[in-house]
Design a binder for this molecule. Structure first.
Ligand SMILES: [Cu+2]
Length: 248
């Protein structure tokens, strides 16, 4: 009995170690996430890594208990069960430990990345520049503060906090920039706001994740409803946007 119990623990422990190692390798060892082009991307990716890091050992533990039970309690006589196993008594100490551990983990992640992460992403409702975006099947129109306008192309200054005022002329679209890890719905009759601080100069040619992609299926052209994003040095952006306004 004692020896069987030790064997069970060894089996469970080995499975747990293997599953956890595979899980950590899949999340941390492989470069899963696209490059970060904005401050917000770091906040979102850190939250993802933290949540995955906390859940892998728990998920691995549950899977290991399942597999240990499948192996340990399988029936060997022609596949037909011969008798019921002994009744299982509640292990009160284990229940207390499990509830306390999972409850404190849940509270921890509610605070961080929950409240702290959201505060870091949204922050103060202040912005260095405001950019208006109008969506329509299946294109994007962009208006800058000085009256300049672009169609299916978005230009932004680096290291400035941008507020997007987003709306839609027809139905619900979704304004998503994978390289920045930000997304919000574009809703007809309503203006939604999104804040982002791009933190390096680059364009769609450097990374195809630097684009605005519609992320709410909206018909035939939905997949092509994308516009390249160019992040310019602030002085280049100012020159570009004033040239464009004069030309208009
Ligand atoms: Cu769409």
């Amino acid at each position: 009995m004692e020896q069987q119990r030790r064997k069970d623990w060894i089996l469970f422990g080995s499975l747990w170690a293997v599953f956890s190692t595979v899980g950590f390798y899949l999340v941390l060892g492989i470069d899963l996430l696209p490059s970060q082009w904005a401050h917000e991307a770091e906040v979102v990716d850190d939250a993802y890594i933290l949540l995955m890091g906390l859940s892998i050992p728990i998920f691995a533990g549950i899977a290991a208990v399942l597999l240990t039970s499948l192996i340990r309690f399988r029936v060997k006589v022609d596949g037909i069960p011969t008798e019921d196993g002994p009744p299982v008594q509640t292990n009160r100490n284990f229940v207390r430990l499990w509830v306390a551990a999972t409850l404190s983990l849940a509270l921890m992640i509610t605070v961080n990345p929950g409240f702290i992460g959201i505060a870091e992403l949204r922050g103060e409702p202040s912005a260095d520049i405001v950019v208006e975006v109008q969506s329509q099947r299946w294109s994007w129109k962009v208006n800058y503060e000085n009256g300049a306008e672009t169609f299916n192309q978005l230009y932004l200054p680096a290291n400035k906090r941008v507020r997007f005022d987003i709306t839609s002329l027809d139905l619900v679209h979704s304004f998503w920039i994978p390289a920045f890890r930000v997304k919000i719905d574009a809703v007809p009759g309503r203006v939604t706001h999104l804040y982002v601080t791009p933190d390096r100069v680059g364009s769609f040619e450097d990374d195809f994740n630097l684009r605005v992609q519609c992320a709410e299926i909206c018909g035939l052209g939905h997949a092509q409803m994308a516009m390249p994003v160019s992040v310019l040095a602030p002085t280049d952006f100012d020159a570009w946007v004033s040239d464009l306004a004069e030309g208009a």
